[in-house]
Structures are given as structure tokens and as C-alpha cells.
Ligand binder design. Structure first.
Ligand code: AMP
Ligand code: MG
Length: 472
């Protein structure tokens, strides 16, 4: 019995300007590390024997109906435009229709060189593959729009990074892999016919109610508004918000040097390559606006009356900061148990965050502790917190069931960096216990689970992860 995937491919029909056909490079000794049964069911993917699945998800055996291809795109990387990027180590196998009626891309990541690999080896090592697996599935369980992980395999080969590392391949699932950078590619090269074709395709696939390029722009904006506010509400820092990592569908995509904050710090950066703090926690809303402006610049190049379009596009972009702030406030209000809206709420939330920054409070644990009336313990100087708490108690008194709202809005468990690092170190030496344990606990992040208290503990000083590295 082989793995059965009911492919139904549409991207491959767009034409050769959108991709290069490419087969994966086989690996010597694939072994299955993880297979996501729940996601497989949703995708109507029928599993098979473990050895067979290892071959399939390493790219050694091609599935019937798959049309492997490397997508082409461009993108702004740390603000600098690169007119030609593309999947350098990923291959889209094709699409399936899920049980939910939605269309999903299935992609191998780390499957070998492509025409877009440049100097890269087309490979991934086990660390980033397991990192993406755990964090993307955790994000899904937290309710944040995200790509997902269907499978992880080790290749039996060595990948050379700082030293020799075990090679691995991740099978990633996404609503699509269309990015802002996909549009930028055709705009930058004056390929208007393909730009139009891509616009129509993106509308049909993601936003069928949207009208024309500006309708698409507005829909992408609204999806990004929800995404960025959700990141902020769980303390997530993406780390590389380049336009080629900004999804048209509004999902979190490309788990490289991303991380969840422990101690609250607005200017927190983890990525070792982000030297100026461009993608710091608190900068994420303004970077999302900047990225949308790049999408607008690309989209309007297909319009007959660009001047009129510029005005409308500008209005769409200018509305974005206040839309993010409103959604951000709605989510943070919920984190405080507040469903109703009052004029003092923004100050209430901002003052708490200020106190958390001053008191070096743990972001996740403080919000959890608030609902249990023991938050003072999270602050270095509990006295400063007391008067804020009185204001909050008064405000809360008008709410019907603040505890229930808080329980549903404040995760108990997040994938903390020091646990991720610990998990990777163990996996490299062949022990996947922590990997499986993290997946199990993080599948129900809002639920306190017996015997898992070590996973909610912030890092000890010697466990703090100061920098995360690109997943290359
Ligand atoms: P990322 O920072 O992961 O979004 O990657 C930026 C670009 O570099 C993408 O086009 C990747 O496909 C490509 N890339 C990253 N790592 C590798 C690698 N090891 N081999 C080839 N291409 C890579
Ligand atoms: Mg990328």
C-alpha cells in the first residue's frame, strides 16, 4: 500500500512563467520522525507503512498526481529589493481539497537544489525542521493563522552548516504559497499579463468576493490585520518579515528565526541576522503596513488609470494602522477578560504592558496569573502593579464572565525557546521524546495539563536563548 494523496493541482496550470518543474533529489536513508494524523485526515491523505511514508516525504518516491515544481518570486529582504528569488530548497508537490472544502498546498522543504538555489545546498537540517514542526502546529492550536506540518523525515545524510548536522525534510501545508513577492516579481519585470493572471488566480483562490486588484489589496490587508494582531497577542516574533515571507492568504509563513517572548520587551529581537531591530516585536504592525504598500505598488501596475488607483490604494494602506490597533485592542481586552468596549481600555492595556516591561514580567505567565489573582508574583516590584490591578478590578466588575474569557484568550503553554533548543539537542542525539511531548502538550495550549509545569516555567538565566538563527 502506498500513500494516497488526492491531488487537484491548479497552480501548475498557470504556465511556465510561474515556476520551474523540478524533481526532488533522493536521499540515502530516509526515516519518518513524525506524521500528523489529524492534518492527514483533514487533507484526505491516506497513510501507509512507516518505511513507505519515509520514502514519500523525503522525496524519494513521487506520488501519483504530484507535479513537483519550484515557485518563482521576488522580494524585499530587510528592505532591499531582490528581483529574483524563488524556492531554493522547497518543492510544491501539488494541491488537495480538504474535508473542510478548502484548498491546500503540499510542499517539501529541504528536498534538494532547484534552479533558484543560488549558492545554497537545497537542504535543511533537523533543528529548523523540528522547530517549524512544533511552532507551526502550536500556532495552529493557539488559533493563529499559519502553515502547518504534515510530516518530518531525517535523510540519513549530513548537511553542513556551522558543522555537520543531520539532514531532514519537512512537509509543509499552506492555504497557498502566494506571497507579496510573487506579485513583485511580475511587476518588477513588466510582465503585466502574468501579473493580471496571478491577481485573478489569487482572488479566485483566496478572496472570491474581492473585486479587481484593489479589492484583492483590501482583502490581503484585512487578513494581515488579523494575523499581526494575533501574533502580538501571543507574544510571537516572526523575525524575517521580508515581502517574500508575507503570505497573500494571511497565514504565518516561514518559521526561520522566529520566537515567542518570555520576558515582555517591546523592542525584543531574537534573529541573529536582524542587527537593526527592523523586525522587533513592536515593529511588526508597521512592517506589515510597509509590506502591504509593496503589494500595492506591484498590483497597481496592471491598472489602466494608475493615478486614480494610487489614491485608492493609499487610502487602503493608510487605514491599516488603525485597523491593526483596533484588532490588537480587541484581543488584549479579551486577555483581560473584557468583552465590552470603553474609552479607557487602551490606557489600561498600555499601562499594564508598561508595568510588565519595567517589572521584567513574563508575558505569557502574567496574563495567565491575572485570571488567577496571583499576577503580582510575576513582577520584580509587585507594589507598582497593585494600583493598576485596582483599576482593572473596577473595570472588570461590569463584565459577565471575565474568567472564562481570559481562560480562552491566554495560553498556558507556548513553545518556549529554551525548550525548543533542548528538544533539538535531544533529537540530534536521537531522542525524540521532547519533540513528541511538546507536540502533545502544545496541541491544547489553553488547558492546564497534569505534570507539565516545567513547560510553563520561563528560562533560568543560564537557559535564556538570546539569538535564533535562520533555518537554512
Ligand atoms: P528564507 O529566508 O527562508 O525565506 O529564504 C530566502 C530564500 O533563500 C528562499 O528563496 C529560499 O528558498 C532560499 N534558501 C534558503 N535556504 C536555502 C538553502 N539551504 N539552499 C537553497 N536555497 C535556500
Ligand atoms: Mg522564505
Amino acid at each position: 500500500m502506498t500513500v494516497q494523496v488526492p491531488f487537484d493541482n491548479t497552480f501548475a496550470q498557470l504556465g511556465p512563467g510561474f515556476y520551474r518543474k523540478q524533481m526532488p533529489e533522493p536521499v540515502v536513508a530516509p526515516q519518518l520522525v513524525a506524521f500528523n494524523q489529524d492534518l492527514a485526515r483533514l487533507l484526505q491523505v491516506a497513510p501507509a507503512e512507516v518505511s513507505e511514508m519515509a520514502e514519500v516525504f523525503a522525496g524519494n518516491r513521487m506520488l501519483e498526481g504530484a507535479e513537483p515544481l519550484a515557485q518563482t518570486y521576488a522580494g524585499h529582504q530587510f528592505g532591499t529589493f531582490n528581483p529574483q528569488l524563488g524556492d531554493g530548497r522547497a518543492l510544491l508537490l501539488g494541491e488537495v481539497l480538504g474535508q473542510d472544502g478548502r484548498r491546500y498546498d503540499i510542499q517539501l522543504k529541504g528536498s534538494g537544489r532547484t534552479p533558484f538555489s543560488r549558492q545554497g545546498d537545497g537542504r535543511a537540517w533537523l533543528g529548523p525542521v523540528l522547530r517549524e514542526y512544533v511552532i507551526s502546529e502550536a500556532m495552529h492550536a493557539l488559533g493563529v493563522p499559519t502553515t502547518r506540518a504534515l510530516a518530518a523525515v531525517t535523510t540519513g545524510e549530513t548537511v553542513w552548516r556551522e558543522g555537520g548536522m543531520p539532514g531532514a525534510v519537512l512537509t509543509r501545508v499552506a492555504a497557498s504559497h502566494l506571497r507579496v513577492g510573487t506579485f513583485q516579481l511580475f511587476a518588477a519585470h513588466g510582465r503585466t499579463a502574468e501579473l493580471k493572471q496571478l491577481t485573478d488566480y489569487a482572488i479566485a483562490r483566496h478572496y472570491p468576493q474581492a473585486e479587481g486588484p484593489l479589492g484583492l489589496l483590501r482583502s490581503v490587508r484585512d487578513a494581515q490585520v488579523g494575523l499581526i494582531a494575533a501574533w502580538m497577542s501571543v507574544g510571537f516574533i516572526h523575525g524575517v518579515m521580508n515581502t517574500d515571507n508575507c503570505s497573500i492568504s494571511g497565514e504565518t509563513i516561514d518559521y526561520g528565526p522566529c520566537a515567542f517572548m518570555d520576558t515582555y520587551r517591546a523592542e525584543q529581537v531574537f534573529s541573529s541576522i536582524d542587527r537593526t531591530g527592523r523586525y522587533a516585536y513592536a515593529n511588526q504592525p508597521s512592517i506589515a503596513v510597509w509590506n502591504l504598500a509593496q503589494l500595492a505598488t506591484a498590483l497597481i501596475q496592471q491598472l489602466d488609470d494608475p493615478q486614480e488607483a494610487v489614491e485608492e490604494a493609499t487610502a487602503i494602506i493608510h487605514a491599516m494602522p488603525s485597523l491593526i490597533e483596533a484588532e490588537w485592542l480587541r484581543l488584549f481586552r479579551r486577555k483581560l477578560g473584557l468583552l465590552s468596549m470603553e474609552s479607557g481600555d487602551l490606557d489600561l492595556v498600555s499601562d499594564l504592558l508598561q508595568l510588565m516591561a519595567e517589572g521584567q514580567a513574563d508575558f505569557t505567565n502574567t496574563f495567565c496569573a491575572l485570571s488567577e489573582g496571583r499576577a503580582a508574583g510575576e513582577f520584580q516590584d509587585p507594589a507598582a502593579f497593585q494600583s493598576w490591578q485596582q483599576r482593572w478590578m473596577q473595570r472588570r466588575a461590569e463584565e459577565p464572565d471575565p474568567e472564562a474569557v481570559m481562560r480562552a484568550s491566554n495560553p498556558v503553554y507556548i513553545p518556549r525557546n529554551h525548550r525548543i533548543e533542548e528538544m533539538i539537542a535531544a533529537a540530534v542525539s536521537g531522542d525524540f521524546t521532547m519533540f513528541h511531548r511538546l507536540n502533545t502538550v502544545l496541541a491544547s495550549p489553553y488547558l492546564r495539563q497534569p505534570d507539565q509545569d516545567d513547560l510553563l516555567r520561563p528560562p533560568m538565566p543560564d537557559e535564556v536563548v538570546k539569538a535564533t538563527f535562520c533555518g537554512t
